[in-house]
Ligand binder design. Structure first.
Ligand code: FAD
Length: 370
């Protein structure tokens, strides 16, 4: 197959990039290893309030439908159930459905493969009934199966506690949130309030020492402030956080940098969202773990940069649009975490000497000079 633009990953970032690119007359292919589009938006039932101004506040699943449906009349080919598995010597990209591999020749590539969940490891963590918080969310909201009756959550980030709220709303008894630190980590005040009102105990300075049971988890022992406590539960949700998926960037020979506030190791990129490998762009959680508004904006920036480099947008127009998008991204991202935006700028500055003047001004204003 031949195309102007290949997008690897059909989550919100990939779908939004496809829309912006194809609306600029760019022939686009979207490849996704899953059987349906939408990525991790497919199981998000919470209302999203941190979206770019072109989107109304809405629940995740509704947004996913909008992002998919608006591609219908555009020059976008969708290859579901196809995984990017490698490159050929001549630069073509191989995508496979397990039976055959299609080489795709693309002028430009945007990689939007998202993030993976991390896990805490403890004796008994491989027992059925121990799962990541995202897995519990998928089982509950996508497959409509309640993953357990009596649960604990390990970790207290915003995503973990939001799913905790959803578990309670679906009738699961949440018996506790186990947090290693002496405070809750980065979660919204309203979610904490909900959990308090629901009577969920929060165990700070605590960790799970063991999970056990006959063939599936039946109890856990936690260390709470130095003393042991036994809990009878059948569901342990691990919420350690997300980290960008790196394999596609390794295959494409991209350079990496480490930014703790963006989820750890990630590809280096410029203010165009272009990586160290020419014509390979990145967007979404693959460019740093962040909120959905920032995810969509990075996708738009990458698509505008592709449009400019393919001659579908003039330099002045593209520069002006990018600048507005970076400003909006700054506001949306810093509302959650100034450290994240700071990390993003540090990453780009280390990679790119000639950050353009307007962006440079914004960066200096926003973080007091990096
Ligand atoms: C299990 C899980 C649950 C989450 N739930 C929430 C939540 O409730 N709230 C929240 O704010 N955030 C949540 N997140 C964070 C989530 O990553 C973002 O909300 C958002 O979906 C990220 O968008 P994205 O487009 O960058 O990546 P994703 O939505 O992750 O989409 C990436 C897509 O790339 C595809 N892909 C990956 N590798 C390949 C490959 N090699 N070849 C082809 N296709 C590939 C995947 O199938 C996927 O469809 C969750 C993350 C995970 C992992």
């Amino acid at each position: 197959m031949e195309t102007d633009l290949l997008i690897i990953g059909g989550g919100p970032a990939g779908l939004h990039a496809a829309y912006v690119a194809a609306s600029n007359g760019i022939k686009t292919i979207v490849v996704d290893e899953s059987f349906s589009l939408g990525g991790q938006l497919r199981q998000q039932t919470q209302r999203l309030t941190n979206l770019p101004k072109q989107f109304d506040s809405q629940i995740g699943i509704t947004l996913m439908q909008t992002l998919v449906e608006r591609l219908t009349d555009l020059d976008v080919t969708i290859l579901s159930k196809h995984t990017m598995i490698g490159t050929y010597k001549d630069g073509r990209i191989g995508v496979s459905n397990g039976q055959r591999t299609i080489p795709i020749s693309a002028e430009k590539v945007i990689v939007t493969t998202g993030a993976a969940e991390e896990a805490f490891v403890f004796p008994g963590w491989t027992l059925p009934g121990v799962m990541t918080i995202g897995a519990a969310q998928i089982v509950m909201n996508r497959e409509h199966v309640i993953p357990g009756k009596n649960a604990i959550i390990i970790g207290s980030n915003d995503f973990a506690l939001e799913v905790g709220k959803q578990l309670i709303e679906n009738g699961v008894s949440l018996q506790g949130v186990i947090e290693n630190e002496d405070q809750l980590i980065g979660c919204k005040e309203e979610t904490i309030q909900f959990l308090k009102e629901a009577g969920v105990p929060i165990y700070q300075n605590s960790y799970v020492t063991q999970a056990s049971g006959a063939g599936e988890v039946e109890k856990v022992i936690i260390n709470h402030n130095g003393s042991e406590k036994e809990m009878e539960i059948d569901l342990v949700c691990i919420g350690k956080g997300l980290t960008p998926i790196l394999e596609p960037f390794e295959i494409l020979s991209c350079d990496f940098a480490y930014e703790k506030d963006l989820g750890g190791w990630l590809p280096q990129y410029s203010t165009l969202m272009e990586t160290s490998t020419a014509s390979i762009y990145v967007a979404g959680n693959a460019a740093g773990i962040t909120n959905l508004g920032a995810i969509l904006l990075t996708a738009e920036i990458a698509a505008i940069s592709v449009a400019e480099s393919l001659g579908r947008q003039c330099k002045e127009e593209a520069t002006e649009k990018r600048e507005l998008l970076w400003q909006e991204l700054y506001h949306l991202e810093s509302a959650d975490s100034k450290a994240k935006f700071h990390g993003r700028i540090k990453l780009m500055r280390e990679f790119q000497d000639n950050v353009d003047i307007q962006l440079s001004k914004l960066f200096n204003m926003s973080v007091g000079g990096v």
